[in-house]
Ligand binder design. Structure first.
Ligand code: G3P
Ligand code: MG
Length: 236
């Protein structure tokens, strides 16, 4: 079972920061999930659409400037660019890491499509190590259309009437499901369509073992060390 450190090791360090990424790798995570918004054409790693709450900034993140963003912090840590996070993870893992880039905000598709060839050329990640997801399936479709070699995934917050049909529609590598709604029918349908099933956000050991028994391929956890231990204990 693949364990994604959700927003880095966000149970132990400020989410979506370089220290959260470092912590995740130190705890043994082989995969990382992070969230992306666009600020002045630059992709930055941050979860919420608004700055207040999780950072010292205020307002909608896509309306602030990069100069303003450098003044803000999350738990005392800077808000990093996507490029900074990816180069950092490449450096500390020698390119041996899977990264799920969740596209959150408006205006991210074109900057990501433009960045993608540079990622493959300058860092050690292959397309299979860079999994691009979004709740906005139009973004996923646009990325897959412009980057056919990219590994993409739809995020779902519910169970659609047509189960995992979206996997086929998007030519997706995986489907990312909310633990609150997971059921055997959508897991089996996704598998029959050739997709992996990854479930968010799961910190409870009993939940992880139950999901493994259902055939789930991976989970997103804020405590990757505990999730790795729970998954190792679970029956295959
Ligand atoms: O990508 C899985 C999970 O992160 C989706 O929800 O709100 O935590 O980004 P959220
Ligand atoms: Mg996310």
């Amino acid at each position: 079972m693949l364990i994604f450190a959700h927003r880095g090791a966000s149970g132990y360090a400020p989410e979506n920061t370089l220290v959260a990424m470092t912590k995740a790798i130190e705890l043994g995570a082989k995969a990382i999930e992070l969230d992306v918004h666009c600020v002045e054409g630059e992709l930055v790693v941050f979860h919420d659409r608004r700055l207040e709450g999780k950072s010292t900034g205020h307002g909608l993140i896509h309306l602030c400037t990069l100069a303003e963003l450098t003044q803000y912090a999350v738990g005392g840590e800077p808000i990093p660019s996507l490029w900074d996070v990816l180069t950092h993870l490449d450096s500390i893992t020698q390119g041996h890491c899977i990264i799920n880039i969740e596209i959150k905000g408006v205006g991210c598709v074109t900057p990501f499509v433009n960045m993608y060839p540079r990622l493959l050329a300058q860092l050690r990640f292959s397309p299979s190590q860079l999994l691009i997801s979004s709740f906005n399936h139009l973004y996923v479709a646009q990325i897959k259309q412009q980057l056919p070699q990219a590994f993409v995934a739809p995020l779902l917050g519910s169970i659609p009437l047509d189960l995992a049909q979206v996997v086929t529609d998007l030519d997706a590598y995986s489907i990312h499901l909310d633990v609150a709604f997971i059921n055997q029918a959508i897991i089996d349908d996704a598998h029959q369509r050739g997709a992996k099933v990854y479930v968010y956000t799961v910190d409870n050991s009993d939940d992880i073992q139950s999901l493994k028994a259902l055939g789930v391929d991976g989970v997103f956890s804020n405590y990757p060390d505990k999730a790795i231990a729970a998954a190792a204990l679970a029956l295959p």
